[in-house]
Design a protein around this ligand. Structure first.
Ligand code: ADP
Length: 281
């Protein structure tokens, strides 16, 4: 693996340009400004009565700023639903989601869309760049959509940070998959969001390129103080995170701090074993 994992927590304080705090009324013990994502009693039910599916069956979670969290779990365990609810793309049936201290569960659709554009970043497996725009225009898109003045300097700085300083005028189709995902990461970070949600960001990449992309996400956390939440099925990818949350049947069944790939894989196996299902029932 070419890119070392860095765990420099202090680094986030050294970067005044990133992470402008939003709405942090202080609240008792932990300052609210330190919490990027908070879920309280989040449930998401599909259907009703005996046919109801409890995709999320009560999630309580606080993720601090400047942290990197991986979310894993067997198929159908609720990973996508978790990501969608945490990112304000879907509404929980009950419970609350706060992003950077703002309760988004009661927010109207227009406000929520605006919040997603400015305070959240997204990285998808399939990159999701607009092919007709240049690389620079893709990075500037969140600002344009939010009605902000496009900050070309910020875009150039972010492209340089992801190793694409000379590619701003290219089109996504002229770049490799790994380079396209770098553009997506630059786009996700350029607004200095409260949190970046990454959905299988390395699912379409070879092992070496995947390591580079994961190293970039790691360094965004360590050197920019970004907060990353990544859904992955890959134990090696999950080792880049500070912690792994394991979902099973819509609940957080387990968590592991800074686990090795072998430890993470073993926990996954435990989750999918029928014995676990019986014990959890
Ligand atoms: P994962 O991403 O871990 O595979 P999902 O969040 O997609 O899990 O799904 C969790 C559960 O919710 C599954 O049982 C799935 O079948 C169900 N589910 C997800 N979306 C819908 C939907 N739109 N309608 C009905 N059931 C759904």
């Amino acid at each position: 693996m070419g890119l070392r994992r860095k765990k420099n927590r202090a680094a986030q304080d050294a970067v005044p340009t990133l992470g402008t705090p939003h709405g942090h009324e202080s609240h008792g013990h932990a300052p609210q400004g330190d919490r990027a994502v908070e879920l309280h009693g989040v449930r998401r039910q599909y259907g009703r009565g005996s046919g109801a599916v409890h995709a999320l069956a009560g999630i309580d979670l606080t993720l601090p700023r400047g942290s990197f969290t991986a979310v894993m779990g067997p198929s159908g365990s609720g990973k996508s639903t978790f990501l969608q609810c945490a990112a304000g793309l879907d509404r929980p049936t009950s419970g609350t989601v706060r992003l950077g201290g703002t309760d988004i569960t009661s927010m109207g659709e227009n406000k929520l869309t605006a919040l997603r554009r400015t305070r959240l970043g997204f990285v998808f497996q399939s990159f999701n760049l607009l092919p007709s725009l240049t690389v620079e225009q893709n990075v500037l898109l969140p600002m344009r959509l939010a009605g902000r003045r496009p900050d070309r300097r910020a875009a150039a700085e972010m492209l340089a940070r992801v190793g694409l300083a000379d590619k701003g005028r290219r089109r996504p189709g002229q770049l490799s998959g790994g380079q396209q995902q770098r553009v997506a990461i630059a786009r996700a970070l350029v607004t200095q969001p409260d949190v970046v949600f990454a959905d299988e960001p390395t699912g379409a990449l070879d092992t070496t390129t995947a390591a580079e992309i994961l190293g970039l996400l790691r360094s965004a956390v360590d050197s920019l103080g970004a907060t990353v939440v990544m859904v992955t099925h890959d134990p090696t990818a999950a080792t880049y995170a500070d912690r792994v949350l394991f979902l099973a049947d819509g609940t957080i069944a387990d968590r592991l701090e800074r686990g090795s790939a072998a430890q993470i894989a073993t926990r996954m196996t435990t989750l999918t074993r029928p014995a676990y299902a019986t014990a959890a029932a």
